[in-house]
Design a protein around this ligand. Structure first.
Ligand SMILES: C[S@@+](CC[C@H](N)C(=O)[O-])C[C@H]1O[C@@H](n2cnc3c(N)ncnc32)[C@H](O)[C@@H]1O
Length: 175
């Protein structure tokens, strides 16, 4: 019998849940609500332009979108983007794109230096998984925003926090 390295099953199962919108909705509908308290702490303006990275099926986005002027929702999964398009964001203008955010510096629409906030829920533990692109990804997100604005992100599901804090500390020390 082939040995399965420790952690492999969780990663495979996790990928399937997070990339398919119907599986995600059935198995992890609680996940978009981890960030409710965080969203309530942000002072949104009706003119704000927000980039939501790893937007999934749009439930997290729909919690703050009605308070702002524009949201670009990006996700590597076309299935998630299709589901996000069906959501109600009030009168707020929205765009959607299926894009891998591990190399945001290559994407001119993301790198417009004009975001008031960059948002992300339950996605950066996937996006920062590859150590070779961690620092460049974090630096690119920093450069994509207006100076002094806010990047708010949640990904503290069981076991995610240590990886997140390691990646952010590494990015800050090496910026
Ligand atoms: C757990 S879901 C969270 C979705 C949504 N933010 C929410 O709160 O419900 C993680 C999302 O990250 C996306 N994702 C994973 N790796 C990605 C990458 N490299 N670039 C963009 N999106 C990615 C997945 O497709 C999935 O939709």
């Amino acid at each position: 019998m082939t040995d399965i390295p420790s952690g492999t099953c969780n990663v495979v199962l996790g990928s399937r849940i997070t990339e398919d919108s119907e599986t995600y909705a059935a198995a992890a509908s609680f996940s978009p609500h981890f960030a409710d308290t965080l969203i309530d702490s942000i002072d949104f303006k009706s003119t704000d332009h927000i980039l939501d990275i790893g937007c999934g099926n749009g439930i997290f986005t729909s919690r703050f979108a009605p308070q702002v002027g524009y949201v670009l929702e990006v996700d590597s999964s076309p299935s998630m983007i299709d589901a996000a398009k069906t959501r109600n964001y009030g009168s707020t203008s929205t765009d959607f794109r299926a894009v891998n955010c591990r190399l945001p510096e290559d994407d001119q629409e993301i790198m417009n230096s004009n975001w008031d906030e960059v948002a992300s829920n339950a996605a950066f533990h996937w996006i920062l998984r590859d150590p070779s692109t961690r620092i460049s990804t974090l630096k690119a997100i920093f450069r994509s925003m207006k100076p002094g604005r806010v990047f708010f992100s949640e990904m503290c599901g069981h076991g995610n926090a240590p990886e997140k804090f390691t990646a952010f500390k590494f990015g800050l020390v090496n910026q």
